[in-house]
Structures are given as C-alpha cells and as structure tokens.
Design a protein around this ligand. Structure first.
Ligand code: DX5
Ligand code: ZN
Length: 221
C-alpha cells in the first residue's frame, strides 16, 4: 500500500563526476536525488551550493530533494526553487518563521518538509504538521555521511505516525536520513518510513546501481 522511495545522497559520491554518479543510481532505480546543503554554521561541514544544483539539474529528470542544513534557509530557498528542486526541507531551529517558509515553498509548487534532529522531539511538529508535505527524521546528527544509525529513531517514527493519525495528516510522507543500509532498511520500512536517504551504503558500494536495487527490494519486504 504505502509509498517506498529510495533517495541516494550524493554527499558520499565522487564530487569530480557527480553527473555520472547520478546516472549510475538512476540505472539502479533511484526515485529521488537527495542533496545535502551545508553552510558550516548550522552544521560543522560545508558542501555544495546553488550553482552545483543548477548544473546537476541538466543531468537527470529525477526529482531533487534539497535538505538545507543552513541558518536562515529563507534567504536561499528562492534560489533553490529556481535551480529546480522539487522538494525542500529545512530545520525549524534554523528559521524564525517556519510557517511562512513552508507556505512560500508550497506556493511555488515545491514540496515542503521540516527536519527533526535526533534530539528534537516529535511534539515540536504539533502545529506545523497541518502544513507540511513531508517530515525528515534524522537518524544521525546532521553534518557527515557514514555515521551509525541511532536505533531510538524507530520509536520516533512511531510517535510521528501517532501524531499524523491524531491530526488527520496520514498523507504526510516520512523520510529518514542517516545510516540506512541493506541490513536495517527492512526494519525501518516496517516502522512506516516512506523515503529512505542512503549515502555511503550506495556510493561507497562497489556497484551503486546494484546497491539501490537491493535497498529498494528490502524496503518493500
Ligand atoms: C547527513 C546528511 C545525510 C548523509 C547520509 O548530514 O543529511 O543525507 O549524506 O549519509 P549516510 O547514508 O552515509 O548516513
Ligand atoms: Zn540529508
């Protein structure tokens, strides 16, 4: 019944050939390309910005999912929309007017999501849940690829499912990000997750296309 989508994160790809890397996961059946945007302020790392996203837009028709790990995301959201992002999520503690930003994103025909860090409780979504298209639950601390999945995240997914029921928003998609691999994706999927971000388990694999195929198969259990 439910939607199960694989979103490879290019954070762990070879940055000297991002176009080819995207093509390879596309062959494996990737559904979405996850773009980790870091500013060295909200998180202790710097990645890519708008010009790179613009260039990559010409390499694939897959939807682009921008995960903004930046302070004052409202300053750059218009540019990410222009660059061709189909989904944009931001951390509410990085933004003063989250509701306004969600509204802005949606009014441009782009899906809007908010992100919960491992220490951010699900109840912070109580008001914004009425407005978002998806929620991204971090299963590692944002900033780096290749970290270990925090197992308590599964309980959090269950709490979010309850809040979705209570608010009549069972249509919201749940995305998970961090430490997703072949050995844990089935369990995470069973908890109710819809979109699986996978960085190192895809791009550090010998055959990224095959890695995506396997993840997809296991997510559908
Ligand atoms: C971490 C990023 C993730 C990261 C996931 O801050 O948001 O998207 O690329 O990498 P893995 O799958 O290696 O944990
Ligand atoms: Zn991410």
């Amino acid at each position: 019944d439910s939607v199960k989508l694989i979103a490879p994160s290019i954070l762990s790809a070879d940055f000297s050939k991002l176009g080819e890397e995207i093509k390879s996961v596309e062959k494996g059946g990737a559904d979405i390309i996850h773009l980790d945007i870091m500013d060295g302020r909200y998180v202790p790392n710097i990645t890519i910005g708008i010009p790179v996203v613009e260039s990559l837009r010409n390499t694939t028709d897959l939807p682009f999912d921008a995960h903004l790990m930046i302070v004052e995301p409202e300053k750059y959201v218009p540019d990410f929309i222009k660059a061709g992002c189909d989904m944009i999520s931001f951390h509410m503690d990085a933004c003063i007017h989250s509701h306004r930003l969600v509204d802005y994103i949606k009014s441009h025909g782009v899906k809007a999501g908010v992100v919960l860090n491992p220490a951010t409780p699900v109840n912070t979504l109580e008001e914004i849940i009425h407005f978002v298209d998806y929620v991204l639950i971090m299963s590692v601390n944002p900033g780096f690829g290749g970290q270990k999945f925090i197992p308590q995240t599964l309980e959090k997914v269950k709490k979010l499912k309850i809040l979705m029921e209570e608010t009549g928003r069972t249509d919201i998609l749940i995305e998970i990000d961090g430490g997703i691999k072949e050995s844990n994706i089935a369990e995470v999927s069973a908890a109710g997750v819809n979109i699986f971000v996978a960085g190192s388990s895809v791009f550090k694999a010998e055959d990224p296309a095959e890695a995506v195929r396997k993840l997809k198969q296991k997510a559908k259990f």
